[in-house]
Design a binder for this molecule. Structure first.
Ligand SMILES: [Zn+2]
Length: 282
């Protein structure tokens, strides 16, 4: 999965440090991140890689986290796409990050994008409208007037693999770019336990009851500011699907041999489907 970066060290410690030559500059345009094409994949750009006229202003860059000891900074200003010096520099669509390798580059780029989006959307206090400031002690935006403190947006959501013997319930979402099979998924609502969310989402999306809800794994999913929590469960009662056409365009029961392989996918959904397909999830 995208957070599985092997022996690489991702350090989330908060810091007010300033960038040095070997540190990483994360540049974001709407929906895109600046990467460097290298043999066999992509690399994160270092401050020392930039030609002088495109170099971010180190006094304005903000420390986000560190990868393998190199600080990763939100760059400012971001070079315009037409200013890029040659074809080795590329603003890659965040939609395409799923296929970027190595994984530590993909994970760093998308996690930085989540923080970039959050900082941009918390410029003013939601209570009194004063311009917010960056906290000096923790990852937060603070209102200097009323003290309101905002932390990064991370919304819990469930992914649900509903089993009925040797069949798995799969879905296709309406109105989203991803066209492959998915699992039932949805955000946790106020006052719910995660198991409540599982039962409600399955009932809302396909009109089925479930039992034996069992936690599997979870995954930070920066694409949608989400913490995805995966559950397997079993059908309880009738298997006839009543589709919520606002959310889904299709939902069917697939046998293990009908599920397409997604072994190189980065998502918890794919891993859960793959486990079922391979018979690892009885
Ligand atoms: Zn305020």
């Amino acid at each position: 999965m995208i957070q599985d970066i092997g022996a690489h060290r991702f350090d989330r410690s908060y810091s007010l440090a300033r960038p040095e030559d070997g540190d990483v500059a994360l540049c974001y345009l709407p929906g895109k991140v600046l990467l460097r094409k290298v043999e066999g994949g992509y690399a994160l750009p270092h401050f020392s890689d930039f030609p002088a006229e495109l170099a971010p202003d180190r006094e304005k860059c903000m420390h986000l986290f560190a990868l393998d000891g190199a600080g990763c900074y939100l760059a400012d200003p971001d070079p315009a796409e037409e200013q890029l010096p040659d074809a080795s520099w590329e603003y890659v669509s965040l939609q395409m990050i799923r296929s970027v390798r190595p994984m530590e580059v993909a994970f760093t780029a998308i996690t930085g994008a989540q923080l970039d989006r959050w900082y941009r959307s918390r410029q003013f206090c939601g209570r009194c409208g004063t311009r917010t400031e960056i906290s000096k002690t923790e990852r937060a935006m603070v209102c200097p007037k009323c003290g309101l403190t905002e932390y990064p947006k991370i919304c819990p959501a469930v992914i649900v693999a509903v089993k009925d013997g040797d069949k798995l319930l799969v879905t296709r979402y309406a109105g989203r770019p991803f066209r492959g099979w998915a699992l039932i998924a949805g955000f946790v609502e106020i006052g719910e336990t995660l198991e409540d969310t599982v039962r409600r989402e399955v009932m809302e999306e396909v009109g089925l009851r479930v039992k034996n809800i069992r936690y599997y794994k979870n995954q930070p999913w920066a694409f949608t500011d989400t913490q995805l929590v995966g559950f397997y469960c079993e059908l309880d009662g009738e298997a006839d699907i009543t589709l919520d056409r606002n959310e889904l365009c299709e939902s069917v029961w697939l046998g293990r041999d009908e599920i397409p392989s997604r072994e190189n996918d980065i998502s918890l959904t794919a891993e859960m489907m793959e486990r079922f397909r391979l018979g690892l999830e009885k």
